[in-house]
Write a protein of this length. Structure first.
Length: 188
């Protein structure tokens, strides 16, 4: 027991330090420096009710909404607990069938233009909340028709909700689909 005492004391000390104190300090700093991000980056509707996170895609399937990038999660779509790509390659017959079904659904909705890959292929995480401005623009006609609006009004809304590259050179311009659809619902 005499030999075990230092080991046991170190175990208890490191458990308290690394399992308790360190996470509390890091969480406290995150809450002070980045309160929205540390709390999940939730977005509220006009009534103040949280409707989702700006970091995780949401399932929108109605014609009057912009559709997000497809989800690759098992169970229900955009399930953060099942995050991960399908790992199916471009020669996998199931993958090819899935992509063909997504292309068919977009074509049946009235999209005739060339489809950007993000509208028919899931992201690596299966949770991507954003699409390219081009991906949103090709859906504008369908959404305008379903809502009885002018496509030019939707193009302005897309432009307003387009974020540029991070730090001016990282990534590509993008549109958060949840934020865009909430702004669309708020329009008169």
């Amino acid at each position: 027991m005499k030999d075990m005492r230092p080991t046991l004391m170190l175990f208890i000390a490191f458990t308290l330090l690394l399992g308790g104190a360190y996470p509390l300090v890091v969480t406290g700093i995150a809450q002070l420096a980045f309160p929205s991000q540390a709390s999940g980056s939730f977005i509220a509707d006009a009534g103040g009710v949280s409707v989702g996170s700006r970091l995780i895609g949401q399932p929108f399937t109605g014609a009057k909404y912009f559709w997000p990038r497809p989800s690759a999660t098992d169970g229900f779509p955009y399930n953060p607990m099942a995050s991960g790509g399908s790992n199916a390659g471009p020669t996998n017959p199931d993958y090819l069938r899935t992509v063909a079904q997504r292309v068919r659904a977009l074509r049946e909705s009235g999209v005739t233009r060339t489809l950007p890959a993000e509208l028919v292929q899931a992201s690596a995480s299966g949770l991507d909340p954003e699409i390219s401005p081009q991906g949103a623009a090709i859906q504008a006609e369908r959404v305008a028709r379903a809502r009885g609006m002018k496509a030019v009004d939707l193009e302005r809304l897309i432009a307003k909700h387009t974020r540029g590259r991070q730090l001016g050179f990282i990534g590509e311009p993008r549109v958060n689909v949840l934020e865009l659809n909430l702004a669309l619902d708020a329009m008169k």
